[in-house]
Design a protein around this ligand. Structure first.
Ligand SMILES: [Zn+2]
Length: 139
């Protein structure tokens, strides 16, 4: 009985944690694609109040809104902390997939990004190299 009570309490606490993004059902959702952002915290990205389930969605949203994606943040692949996108590097064409498939994997420095490319294949691009042509290639 006490174990069941603990599990229910834990689920309730997790539900209370969901915030930000659109809230029509109390669940934070990606401002670009509408997917829940709480299912893959390792991919959380944000720009102001908006939240995203991956870096790719943030870049696409910023382009559509005409705002600077560089002011947003992603979740760094290795340390799991937020990283400002303007100064970040990104792994592309790697074996690491986000909930949205191919994505831009946020990496804090070029050195770390090159390690990522060795570990997971693909190539590395800087923030300035993320453009519409690259975004269109990501599935
Ligand atoms: Zn999304």
């Amino acid at each position: 009985m006490s174990r069941r009570g603990f599990v229910i309490g834990t689920v309730g606490a997790l539900a209370l944690h969901a915030c930000g993004g659109s809230r029509e059902d109390g669940v934070a959702r990606c401002a670009q694609c509408g997917m829940r952002v709480d299912t893959a915290p390792a991919w959380l990205a944000g720009h102001g109040e908006a939240r995203f389930d991956g870096t790719k969605c943030l870049f696409r949203w910023a382009a559509a809104q005409g705002v600077d994606a560089g002011a947003g943040f992603g979740t760094e692949y290795y340390d799991g902390e937020r990283v400002e996108l303007r100064g970040a590097f990104f792994g592309v064409d790697s074996d690491v997939l986000s909930p949205m498939g191919d994505d831009l994997v946020p990496l804090r420095t070029r050195e770390v990004a090159e390690r990522f490319a060795r570990d997971h294949g693909g190539r590395v691009v800087s923030f300035a190299e993320v453009d519409q042509a690259l975004l269109a290639l990501l599935r």
